[in-house]
Ligand binder design. Sequence first.
Ligand code: ZN
Length: 257
Amino acid sequence: MRLVDTHAHLHFSQFRNDFENIINRFVADGIEFVVNVGIDVDDSVQALSLSKMSNRILCSVGVHPHEAGKVTKDYIDRLRELAQDKKVVSIGETGLDYYRNLSPKEDQKRVFSEQLVLAKELDLPVIIHIRDAYEDAYEILSKIGLPNAGGVIHAFSADTSWALKFIELGAFIGIGGPLTYPKNITLKNVVRAVGAENIVTETDCPYLPPNQFRGKRNEPAYVRFVVEEISKILNESLQDLSSKLLQNAKELFAANR
Ligand SMILES: [Zn+2]
């Protein structure tokens, strides 16, 4: 089975002591590639430098909504410059997070919009983080539009009707560990409704571990538990399903490689 983790933060401190083991483990487990994601400009530099450790690691550069209030005037130029590296396959994570609201809403909206425009200019897909802000994120996305290269609503956490609206705009739905939580009926319904053709798999590691590892550190190899859960919900064989999911992720992130 060939798997893919479209959202990881392998350069975070939680992996500092053993990231080489983690990389060996996911290579051994048949993970075709991992997209290592930055959350601000300096963090994106770290994300990019770690991605050079393995040809199975790609990189995304961007500013997370939590960091939107702290950007410097030249942050878009710096992201554009980082994106010149061949390892960089997308912009993000960017988006809106009104749950924790760590940056003023106006800053979040502006920084999200500016990164969307940059992704369009560079013809790169975009990784979008939305929490408790689906209304505003949808409005911005419909106004500016997704890049031709597409995008993903990562760690999707809304209901089926929202999922269908974002799919209509051309986005994939990013599904990870929370799908395996027995009580997460809403997300299981989303998967059933949208089908494998609209899903990319992810971990968001070190966060959001699957149910059997709750409270522990997540890692790319655990994406298999997400694929197993999708396979149960959709009643598709692991073999067929995993090849469809890999195809989606390649279409989104690896097209320019
Ligand atoms: Zn993330």
